[in-house]
Design a protein around this ligand. Sequence first.
Ligand code: GUN
Length: 295
Amino acid sequence: MSARILDGRSIAQEIRREVRLEVGELTKRTGSVPCLATVLVGNDPASTTYVRNKVRACEEVGIVSVRIDLPADLSQEALLHEIARLNRDPSVHAVLVQLPLPPHISERRVLEAVLPGKDVDGFHPSNLGGLLAGSPLFVASTPLGILELLTRSNVAVEGKHAVIVGWSVVVGKPTAFLLLQQQATVTICHIKTRDLGFHTRQADILVVAAGKPGLVTGSMVKEGAVVIDVGVNRLADGGIVGDVSFSEVAEKVSLITPVPGGVGPMTVAMLLKNTVQACRLACGAAGRHGVEVVR
Ligand code: GUN
């Protein structure tokens, strides 16, 4: 079998077109233009690229973006002060602090400082807890992007065995809960999991977010599975690869995301959707959240 490619770029483009229309309608109805503040501490090249892409995507759909670049030696107190200022600013609807932060700053303290109603990353404990309870204001963009990719590619989730490799708060855990909510049977594997291949071979849907190039090989997947590769690993030659050995695995499975061009563009598209939702919340125009997680 040779896999069909799940083209995140074209699906993300479709979502951006929809978001552009939503921004226009919302502005017409409420007079508010959605505004995302991105906070970047230091000049890590990968983070700088991600932030640049997010800012560009905002501009393309009519979302205002405020980019705040801060020095790597900024104190934690100064960063918390900046976040408090953005929380208070009524013209800013959404606040995103790009991770990772320099080692002298506690990510937990910083993420807890973002107002849950502006937390478009969905990393605040009240949004993470809300996901568990079925009523988050925001869910992280990458897990949302994965679910949207599956939905728009007509991959049914209900009753399937979904195996997730990676237990991060950014991807693994929220993806597991979203899939569980869609009535998949979910297994979460991680760094201490014994015989990873035993688990991954059970997967109808395999989501790999471990940050290890080549972790999942052809012998570790089931014929006909759907494989979502969230890995972004930079090689010495400047190339980017995922966590899955693409050519081997694509021989066996039915659907697979490429890296780049799979999950990455979906993350940005869902961030835009969350930012529009943050603006709706701020001006009292929010209907139900785009992700229905309550059953
Ligand atoms: N660093 C890697 N992924 C993400 C993300 O989704 N959001 C933020 N804020 N930082 C990240």
